[in-house]
Design a protein around this ligand. Structure first.
Ligand code: GLN
Ligand code: ZN
Length: 765
């Protein structure tokens, strides 16, 4: 029996990689210093897994920014606009594609970024031209394999499959489908596999996440061609065909037919697939059982995993069974041992949890528990595991009867506003008195070092409550003044009191716990620290009213209250797995609903409920969409429908592909939605036009994920494009997302240009 880890977090337990990258970008360290940090991180990860006795330790799961971008570079899929930058080092070219590049005469925008399946991780979207060629441009997979070898560790290289790579990308021009490029990509891919084998690799993990999605005939054929060619051309490679994030369902037969040495399945997402896969698996093929959940932080229940391992062993024999994590551990924090602060994470709850390092240990222990000569100390693991699982099942911290009763008592009318959108729009126009092309921002303003320090000092007790509040108020006031001076229409307070849009609310709600170091990569150097929802959720006090009403008192202009929506809070937390997610969503929605009505009572006339995560929560199989969308949209409506017609409800979504879900977005019935569009050049508004989306929309005209400053002309152009798709009187002018990751200098110029662009539009419309 083998143990198999699909990938390990690369940011470092203390975010070493993030810090090094950001220093490098600021010119504070050299490229060699950056590369050294990467090397140390890889060595640390490999050694950690080796110490646990993992058999298949991943290599090339590391990345300085994103594994898909690594693949882009590896196969030389460098978009035309970066050609002038080829004189830069590979590292700089790589970061230019990730972040855009603005220096001297060079001014190039970054590649598009989007969510990795149903996770909160973002990958860089490969761009393919009809005339696309491929060549081995960067040998990172081979390099990293050799690097581990030099350390005396025999690793298993991880590659993204050529089919999944193509499917993750987009066509830059019309008239062809990117899957047809397989013919050209495959020989280069084969060459890479050969080089890996020549370097000494045997097991190679090929990630094929699309095998858990709905596949067209073409795509199925592409998969067959790929694995048959690999088998023929590189027979020495022991391929682990790796699927995750869902069950194989109707693709079971296909996955089992593809020639590979092993198949990996995600049993954390779909336990029911085990039987079918065991029935279909060809002789000699091994099965990797993805038992330890790479998407959540709950301890593995050994009493559930062991029977599955036994079932597989009975059918296949020990030799053909692998015990594995369900997917890469990229989506979990590094190390629970670092959580030593009882006040933040009480021991009573900590014993229910496992982070990446602990999950590796679970995988190793599960294998040991299946060996005939199991040592007594290993058996104790099982006993301890059972005690921990039981303590969670019976804990009194989890259940609150008043919360459960309130959920049961929800009435149908709690999900609807008093009047239709048309009526509300008229009332709001009268009351709010905004110009056409009203301008606003998405909520946060730059989180400067100074602001972060304030919050830290307060947390550490170095500032009193009064001092802290006073300093925050000064910042809010300045931000209001600045927004007034530049001429924005709907102002925000800046969200300085928030470390993170989910953590902030989690800390104020009951049923959540937190970590000190539980960082998970979101994109590039950005990380999030998802809260852990362990119990029934309830609001005990107002959470934002204080700051929003202070801001409103500073100005005659409208100030928008700023909340995070129930689906996003759910999606960006580690969620309890002992009740349906839909029920947890309802509990959170009720808490937000109370907050919205407190804001309204306090005189706030515009409230934004951010739901950037609605799209990423979509199930991977379209068949499951309806069920999810129904409860997700209802959770938003429950949170937002308790207000008067005159109160304008905004929502915001980032990096969303809307095409398939416009009716449901419309069903959310927010008066205004602001969305990401600038990197896709307004393309995604087409779908809104087709649907005749009735409510108001702010298509982002300023890409805040890049330090690049857009000009007035550029934004005017985007707005003109937007007016071809939408009625002008329904268009808002705003950035793509919040400004918290930006510097003030760039923000000021960009927003000044943005207001200018709105004025230009008003003149010409
Ligand atoms: N209001 C949040 C902000 O501005 C929205 C962030 C997001 O959509 N991710 O920061
Ligand atoms: Zn956003």
């Amino acid at each position: 029996m083998f143990t198999n880890i699909l990938g390990y977090p690369r940011i470092g337990a203390h975010r070493e990689l993030k810090k090094a990258c950001e220093k490098y970008w600021k010119g504070k360290i050299t490229v060699d210093e950056l590369l050294k940090v990467g090397q140390e991180q890889r060595a640390f990860n490999w050694q950690t897994q080796q110490e646990q006795g993992v058999d298949l330790i991943p290599a090339n799961d590391f990345s300085y920014y994103d594994q898909v971008l690594d693949t882009v570079l590896a196969f030389g899929v460098i978009p035309e606009r970066y050609q002038p930058l080829k004189a830069l080092s590979k590292t700089d070219l790589y970061f230019a594609m990730a972040r855009g590049y603005q220096k001297g005469d060079d001014d190039v925008i970054a590649m598009e970024m989007t969510k990795w399946f149903d996770t909160n991780y973002h990958y860089m979207v490969p761009e393919f031209a009809a005339s696309q060629t491929f060549a081995l441009y960067d040998d990172k997979p081979v390099r990293e394999f050799l690097e581990s070898k030099a350390l005396g560790i025999h690793t298993k290289p991880v590659l993204l499959s050529p089919v999944s790579f193509l499917l993750l990308g987009k066509e830059k021009e019309k008239g062809f489908h990117r899957i047809t490029l397989l013919e050209r990509l495959l020989p280069v891919y084969i060459e890479l596999l050969r080089q890996l084998c020549d370097a000494g690799a045997d097991w190679i993990q090929i990630d094929e996440p699309f095998l858990v999605m709905d596949l067209s005939k073409e795509e199925q054929k592409a998969l067959r061609t790929t694995y048959e060619t690999i088998k023929k051309e590189v027979p020495q490679a022991k391929i682990i065909l790796t699927t995750y994030f869902e069950g194989l369902r109707q693709n079971t037969a296909l996955a089992c037919e593809l020639p590979a040495c092993a198949l990996h399945i995600d049993l954390a997402r779909d336990v029911n697939q085990l039987g079918a896969v065991l029935d279909h698996l060809k002789p000699d093929v091994s099965l990797s059982l993805g038992l330890v959940d790479g998407r959540n932080i709950w301890k593995n229940d050994f009493t559930k995993s062991l029977p599955m391992i036994n079932q597989a062993v009975e059918k296949l024999g020990q030799d053909r069974v692998m015990v594995a994590t369900s997917c890469s551990l990229l989506h979990t924090p590094c190390d629970l041992d670092l959580e030593t602060n009882e006040e933040v994470l009480p021991q009573g709850i900590k014993r229910w949890l496992a982070f990446a390092k602990q999950k590796v240990e679970e995988v190793a222990v599960l294998k040991k528990l299946c060996q005939s000569d199991t040592h007594q100390s290993v058996k104790q693991w099982l006993t301890q595991n059972m005690l921990d699982i039981e303590s969670r099942q019976q804990s009194e911290l989890i259940h609150k009867s008043e919360v459960k009763q309130r959920v049961v008592a929800i009435k149908p009318e709690d999900y609807t506003r008093d009047s239709t959108f048309e009526t509300r729009q008229l009332r709001q126009r009268e009351k709010l008195n905004l110009p056409v092309f009203p301008t606003t921002t998405i909520g946060s303003f730059p989180q400067t070092a100074e602001i972060r320090k304030l919050r830290q000092q307060f947390k550490k007790g170095q500032l009193t409550q009064a001092e802290y509040e006073d300093l925050l108020q000064q910042n809010i006031e300045q931000t209001i003044r600045w927004q007034e001076s530049v001429g924005l229409d709907v102002l925000v307070h800046g969200e300085y009191e928030r470390n993170d849009m989910v953590e902030y609310f989690g800390e104020l709600l009951e049923g959540f716990v937190f970590t000190k170091n539980g960082w998970v990569q979101s994109y590039g150097s950005r990380g999030v620290k998802p809260p852990i929802i362990f119990g029934d959720v309830q609001r005990s006090e107002a959470m934002t009213v204080r700051w929003s009403s202070f801001a409103q008192q500073q100005t005659q202009k409208l100030v928008k209250g700023m909340l995070t929506g129930p689906v996003t809070i759910l999606q960006w937390s580690f969620v309890r797995d002992d009740q349906p997610r839909s029920v947890t969503a309802q509990q959170i929605a009720l808490a937000i609903r109370d907050e919205v009505s407190d804001l309204e009572k306090a005189g706030i006339q515009v409230v934004q409920i951010d739901e950037p995560a609605i799209r990423e929560g979509l199930p991977l199989r379209t068949k499951d969409w309806d069920v999810y969308l129904k409860w997700a949209v209802n959770a938003f409506r429950l949170a937002s429908s308790g207000v008067k017609d005159e109160t304008q409800i905004h929502t915001h979504m980032c990096y969303s592909e809307f095409n398939d879900i416009i009716p449901q977005i419309a069903a959310m019935d927010a008066d205004v939605i602001t969305i990401e569009t600038s990197r896709s050049q307004m393309e995604l508004l087409e779908a809104f036009r087709e649907f005749r989306y009735p409510n108001e929309i702010g298509p982002g005209v300023y890409d805040i994920h890049s330090p690049r400053v857009p000009s007035t002309e550029e934004m005017t152009h985007l707005l003109q494009k937007a007016s071809e798709f939408l009625p002008a009187q329904n268009i808002w002018v705003n950035p793509d997302c919040g400004l918290k990751t930006r510097d003030w200098a760039e923000t000021k110029v960009a927003l000044t240009n943005l207001v200018e662009a709105a004025k230009k539009m008003r003149e010409t419309t």
